[in-house]
Design a protein around this ligand. Structure first.
Ligand SMILES: C[S@@+](CC[C@H](N)C(=O)[O-])C[C@H]1O[C@@H](n2cnc3c(N)ncnc32)[C@H](O)[C@@H]1O
Length: 492
């Protein structure tokens, strides 16, 4: 990557067009914002400082900060603005903001880049690790490997502004706005009102990502946990409201109010499909009697002992899910010894041995210190004869019954979630409950459809199927990993 492009990526360098900055400031004015001072924490060439002069000509103090000296120099051309060349991550924001007269307006467009993208470039434009851990409310994201730099900046600014009369107005990815609000709400950052206004990031920044202007109005003692969603900077009324309820983000308050009663721990546990990270070896197509073709184009003869008909998300979500492949499932429980395969199915063992380079080379800490050729997400539930399943890859609420094929249970790949069932009747009943209007509305109350993967195990698990069944006058079918499967299984 050319040095210039690298730098642009590392510093999330997408300068805001003047016209967009003007529209943002005009909106803030319409909202009644009337600041005593304006702060642009990553001001670039100064489009927000410039736009603020037109929108808030009376404001006595305008401060800009920017790491790039050329941009800082350009921003100094804005009349009435004081611009400093400084690194956001080294700045004492609390000290600065505490010394400013309220109401304070913090406005701008922080860098659009993730910490892992910065790391991959060998860059250093990141908060110090100790600072990440010190920040309250960030625990949840610091545990994960990836977070947006702008999310860290937004949260840090919200924390520093908490208890002051202030407005934070920042352009960012929509998902960043939601995550930042979720964290800020979880530690009560004294926000009186929040709103997101969609913007067309492709048009303004050439970036194909859902983006918005996040506006938070802070007041001492305020404790709002709701955010209005506007389709556009000029929209006069909002389309929906998302909020923080019972420790979770609620995407649609109307649905939640109508169906939130179904919230709770489900008596049945959602499972994900089998994970093996080596489809070229572990997934095979039948090529006639005992012959199978793997993803490397090799035709091999294998016993059927460890082969199960399988469905991937794309097959599961077709109108009539039909397995076109088999999966080699080497274990019945996580951590189970695989050496018995040598005796039970010698040809399968030879096949695994001769493809050990692919299997031993699988990345991921989970495969370390495990029996050779291990798989994951496997247990008695994987071999349940019937399943009610959906895909985590599709933006669709649709639950499918999956029954045995060729007298064997169908296994699902790790992009699918399912409830294991003993009988077709049980599966049919659960599918009917899950596809009901009540369950759909309940799930919709939590789903942000613009998220990369809106359907998650966590989402499915928060529907109490017991209450749903009771309201429908049905008896919830039981599943026990220990019971009735006639399978010599280790249990997890
Ligand atoms: C998305 S651009 C927006 C610039 C400006 N806010 C605007 O709206 O036009 C992000 C800006 O953040 C600056 N930046 C990136 N990392 C920074 C840091 N650690 N400290 C200060 N500024 C930084 C970049 O140089 C870039 O100008």
């Amino acid at each position: 990557m050319p040095a210039k492009t690298r730098r642009k990526v590392e510093f999330g360098d997408f300068q805001t067009p003047d016209a967009l900055a003007r529209r943002v400031c005009a909106l803030l004015r319409r909202l009644g914002v009337s600041p005593e001072c304006i702060v642009e924490p990553t001001c670039g060439e100064g489009s927000f400082l410039r736009a603020s002069v037109a929108a808030f000509p009376q404001c006595p103090l305008r401060l800009g900060f920017e790491i790039n000296p050329n941009y800082a120099q350009a921003a100094r051309s804005v009349e009435q603005a004081e611009v400093h060349c400084e690194d956001f991550f080294r700045k004492d924001w609390l000290g600065l903001l505490n010394g400013l007269r309220a109401p304070i307006l913090v406005v701008g467009n922080p860098p659009w880049v993730t910490n892992s993208a910065v790391g991959a470039l060998g860059g250093a434009n990141l908060p110090a690790k100790s600072n990440i851990h010190r920040l309250s409310g960030l625990d949840a994201i610091t545990g994960k490997s990836n977070f947006d730099i702008s999310e860290w900046m937004l949260l840090h600014l919200l924390e520093c502004l908490s208890g002051r009369k202030a407005v934070l107005a920042m352009l960012c990815k929509t998902v960043v706005a939601r995550k930042a609000l979720r964290h800020a709400w979880s530690w009560n950052s004294q926000i009186a009102m929040s709103a997101v206004y969609s913007i067309d990031a492709t048009k303004h920044f050439g970036a194909s990502v859902d983006a918005c202007l996040l506006v938070c109005i802070l007041e001492p003692g305020a404790a709002s946990q709701e955010c209005a969603v506007y389709s556009d900077l000029d929209a006069s009324s909002h389309d929906s409201t998302f909020a923080f309820r019972n420790g979770r983000l609620v995407a649609d308050m109307d649905c939640f109010e109508a169906y939130g009663r179904l919230s709770g721990a489900s008596p049945l546990k959602w499972r994900s499909g089998v994970k093996h990270d080596c489809s070229r070896v572990m997934e095979l197509r039948s090529r006639g009697y005992q012959d199978f073709e793997n993803g490397l184009g090799e035709v091999v003869r294998l016993e059927s002992t460890y082969l199960y008909p399988m469905l991937k998300s794309s097959e599961l979500m077709k109108p009539h899910p039909t397995p076109s492949r088999y999966m080699l499932v080497t274990q019945r429980a996580v951590g189970e010894e695989t050496s018995p395969i040598e005796h039970d199915a010698p040809r399968t063992w030879d096949y695994l041995q001769s493809h050990a380079d692919h299997l031993d080379g699988r990345a991921g800490a989970i495969y370390r210190n495990q029996p050779r050729f291990s798989v994951f997400g496997v247990g008695a539930y994987s071999f349940a004869p019937w399943k009610v399943a959906t895909s985590g890859f599709y933006k669709r609420l649709d639950f499918r019954c999956v029954g045995p094929v060729e007298d064997k249970p169908v296994v699902l790949d790790d992009t699918c979630y399912f409830l294991p069932c003993r009988t077709e009747h049980d599966a049919g009943l659960l599918a009917e409950l899950l596809n009901s209007e009540a369950a759909g509305s309940f799930f919709r109350s939590f789903i942000f459809w613009d998220a990369k993967r809106p359907i998650t195990a966590q989402l499915l698990a928060c529907l109490d199927l017991g209450i749903l069944a009771e309201e429908a006058g049905a008896q919830l079918p039981a599943w026990s990993d220990a019971g009735g499967q006639q399978l010599p299984l280790k249990l997890d």
